[in-house]
Each structure stands twice: as structure tokens, then as C-alpha cells.
Design a protein around this ligand. Structure first.
Ligand code: FAD
Ligand code: UDP
Length: 380
């Protein structure tokens, strides 16, 4: 039986980054197992039967403020500059979200300057003694009307609960602006992998020390594997057979469609913060830069409680339950938990890359993330 230094469960960002570093920088023999038939985790993209590059698990846009993370991933892909823009369908208009000067002027038929809008926000924003929930974040900044039109019902659909029940970190992801900046993200680095995410992952795991075992659930093979250390990027509660109870995850149903037209909507994503059962519609050609004169592919996202675990749900009682699993996880010898599901964190791709590089730094005793990303690690 082949012996491995590391078995890694999950071929998404967390698993692939660690496999890549351990194999290429530390000479470790690594086995990567994923129950899906492909690498890339939720960032997986592929050409559909109409030849359009789509994201199987919903729109993924890369953005980061970390030069280390950007520099590290640049070893495996070239980039296409892309700044994400989103419109929200509100009262028959498509308005910029994050809320900015144009959003308010168009919605209310005003002609505010930036300064006037700041003053307006001060008058409508509701004072909140301590900002705790996702409702507090928004109503304190922009008041109740904009909160209800853009956030309240979108959030109810997406999470199954109102923003008042969710941690403030959820709606804090979306800034409020008084200028005309209509970019969804403000990060320093914003771009898409030139040939797609999957191609980038292929390069990461293309190493003689890495063996891939796809279409395989770890549970089914764990007793037949031989390895020294385990890195687990699946749901942490599942690893422990839900011994403290199930951690809630929010799931989505994706409806993928190809239309016989060149373009469907003016930007990559349109949000529906209202009664529609779906939250948003993505049109991939805007994201990928792909050209096709007669076809375009789109995806509708329908949130649901059951199904693949896509989002940890940031609520106080879930954080409490996760703490129990974390304690148990910390007691394991030679088992490490990482990634969005492994650490129950609502992390973006770049944060997972940083988290994985940080674990690698710990494993090899390197001094800094920059050293780890650049391959400067102590020899063992
Ligand atoms: P995952 O990608 O979930 O990988 C975990 C892997 O483990 C999976 O492939 C799973 O099959 C495998 N696995 C689990 N259990 C087992 C088991 N028992 N045996 C074998 N394999 C197992 N981030 C951004 O930065 N920008 C975006 O625009 C963005 N958009 C998103 C949109 C959606 C709809 C979603 C759901 C997420 C989005 N994200 C985005 C977040 C991004 O997907 C994650 O941060 C990132 O993919 C997490 O990587 P990961 O390796 O932790 O987990
Ligand atoms: N949100 C909202 N209305 C919007 C956009 C976002 O209410 O038009 C809230 C909602 O709760 C959402 C959260 O802000 O889940 C974070 O939005 P983001 O677009 O970052 O979500 P993701 O891309 O991770 O699904």
C-alpha cells in the first residue's frame, strides 16, 4: 500500500494550496481526496455544452488586498483585469449596489451631491447603541427605507432569517458609498484567472508528489489509507459525526441556462432583493471576457436549507456550537482543519488561500506569509 506524508480531504482552495506547498516546497508525498469528480471545490468552472465557460457553483470573482495571496496564485495563472459591478432590481429600476450616490438619486429622483447625501444619511440613519446584527449595520448607516428595499428581503431569502438575527459581519461585507464608485469590491487586486479557475487549480496540483483521488468520499476510504498527517477541509461537524449536533449551513439550488442571445443583462450580476424566489442572476461572459455572438449562459440562485453546505451561517448560537467542535479539533494529533467548512467561517477565496498558507507556515516553521508564498521555507 502506498504511504503518504499527508492525506488532504478536499481539492478546493484550502486543500489544493496545502497540497501544492507541501509537495513542491517540502517534498512531501500528498494524497488529495475529493468526493466530487473534479478539483477546484466551489470555484470549479467548465465549458458547458454550448461552449460557454460557467461556474458550476455560482459566480466566483477574485479580489484581495493581500499581495502575498495575489503573488502566490500568480504562479499558476495569468489574470484578466475585471472589476465587478452589480445592479439591484428595485421598484422596476436596476440600481447600483453597494448603495452609492447614483443609487439614492435614481431611486428617489434626487440630485444630491456627495456632501448632501452624507447629510441625508445622517438624518435617516437610526442611532444604534452597539452594532451587533446585520440589521444594525445597515439601518444605522442608510436608514430603514433603503434597508428594506435592498437588504431585508434579500437576506431573508438568502439565509432564511432576517438580518436582525445574523451577525453584523454578513451585511458588513457590503459598503455604503456617498460617491459614484459602483464597484462591488474595493480591494487593491481585482481580476479573474485568464483561462478560468479550474485551469489554475490544474497547474497547482500538477506535481509528481501529488496523487488525486476524485469522486471518493473520505469516509469510504479512510480505513484503507496509510498516511502520517491529515488535513481536513470538509465540514468540521461531519468529521466528528455531528457529536454535538449539526452545524447549520445554507445551501443553494443553481439553475443554469443558455439563451440564444448575445447579452441578457447589462452587468455580470443582478440582485433581486424582493419577492422572486431567486436572489441573483449571473451572466458569465461579463466575468470571463468570453465572446459569443449568439449565445450567453446565466445562472439563477435559489437559496435552501438542505443540500450541499455552501455557507456557514454567522449567528451567535452557531458560533457557540462551532466553538465546541473547535475545541475537539484542537485536541486531535496530526489532524488539521482548514477552509470555509473546516473552520466554519464565511471566507472568500483569498481568505482561504491566506488561511491555508498560514497553516503551511506553521507546519514548516516559516517566519512569514510572504516567505511561505514565495517558497522561502526552512529545510527540514
Ligand atoms: P470548498 O471549495 O468547499 O472545498 C471543499 C471540498 O471538500 C469540496 O470540493 C468537497 O467536495 C470536499 N469534501 C467535503 N467533504 C468531503 C469528504 N468527506 N470526502 C471527500 N471530499 C470532501 N469567494 C470569493 O472570493 N469571491 C466570490 O465571488 C465568491 N462567490 C461565491 C459564490 C458562492 C455561491 C459560494 C457558495 C461561495 C463563493 N465564494 C466566493 C467563496 C468560495 O467559494 C470559498 O471561499 C472557497 O471556495 C472555499 O474553499 P475551501 O477549500 O475552503 O472549500
Ligand atoms: N445583501 C443584501 N442585498 C444585496 C447584497 C447583499 O441583503 O443586494 C446581504 C445578504 O445578506 C448577503 C450579504 O449581504 O448574503 C453578503 O452579500 P455578498 O454579495 O457578499 O454574498 P455572497 O456573494 O457571499 O453570496
Amino acid at each position: 500500500m502506498q504511504h503518504y506524508d499527508f492525506a488532504i480531504v478536499g481539492a478546493g482552495y484550502a486543500g489544493s494550496v496545502l497540497a501544492e506547498r507541501l509537495a513542491s516546497q517540502s517534498g512531501k508525498k500528498v494524497l488529495v481526496i475529493d468526493k466530487r469528480p473534479h478539483i477546484g471545490g466551489n470555484a470549479y468552472d467548465y465549458y458547458n455544452e454550448d461552449g460557454i465557460l460557467i461556474h458550476l457553483y455560482g459566480p466566483h470573482i477574485f479580489h484581495t488586498n493581500s499581495p502575498e495571496v495575489f503573488g502566490y496564485l500568480s504562479n499558476f495563472t495569468e489574470w484578466r483585469p475585471y472589476e465587478h459591478r452589480v445592479l439591484a432590481s428595485v421598484e422596476g429600476q436596476l440600481l447600483p449596489i453597494p448603495i452609492n450616490l447614483d443609487t439614492v438619486n435614481k431611486l428617489y429622483g434626487k440630485n444630491f451631491t456627495s456632501e448632501e447625501l452624507s447629510d441625508y444619511f445622517k438624518t435617516v440613519g437610526e442611532p444604534v447603541a452597539e452594532i451587533k446584527t446585520s440589521e444594525d449595520v445597515v439601518v444605522s448607516q442608510v436608514g430603514r427605507d433603503l434597508y428594506e428595499k435592498f437588504f431585508k428581503y434579500y437576506t431573508k431569502k438568502q439565509w432564511g432569517v432576517y438580518p436582525s438575527e445574523l451577525d453584523k459581519s454578513v451585511t458588513s461585507r457590503i459598503p455604503t458609498r456617498t460617491n459614484q464608485d459602483d464597484r462591488y469590491f474595493s480591494d487593491e487586486f481585482q481580476s479573474m484567472p485568464l483561462h478560468g479557475f479550474t485551469k489554475m487549480f490544474e497547474k497547482m496540483v500538477d506535481h509528481p508528489n501529488i496523487t488525486l483521488m476524485l469522486g471518493t468520499d473520505f469516509k469510504d476510504v479512510k480505513d484503507s489509507l496509510s498516511y502520517d498527517q491529515l488535513i481536513y477541509t470538509g465540514p468540521v461537524d461531519e468529521y466528528f459525526d455531528h457529536c454535538f449536533g449539526k452545524l447549520p449551513y445554507r445551501s443553494l439550488h443553481f439553475e443554469h441556462k443558455t439563451l440564444n442571445e448575445e447579452w441578457h443583462q447589462p452587468v455580470a450580476v443582478v440582485n433581486y432583493p424582493n419577492d422572486n424566489a431567486y436572489t441573483r442572476v449571473t451572466e458569465y461572459k461579463h466575468l470571463t471576457g468570453q465572446e459569443h455572438p449568439t449565445k450567453t449562459s446565466i445562472t439563477f440562485e435559489y437559496p435552501q436549507a438542505e443540500g450541499d453546505p455552501y455557507y456557514p451561517v454567522p449567528m451567535p448560537e452557531n458560533a457557540e456550537l462551532y466553538r465546541k467542535y473547535k475545541q475537539l479539533a484542537d485536541q486531535q494529533q496530526n489532524v488539521y482543519f482548514v477552509g470555509r467548512l473546516g473552520t466554519y467561517r464565511y471566507y472568500n477565496m483569498d481568505q482561504v488561500v491566506a488561511q491555508a498558507l498560514t497553516l503551511y507556515k506553521k507546519l514548516v516553521g516559516a517566519d512569514s506569509l510572504a516567505d511561505v508564498a514565495a517558497g522561502k521555507v526552512p529545510s527540514k
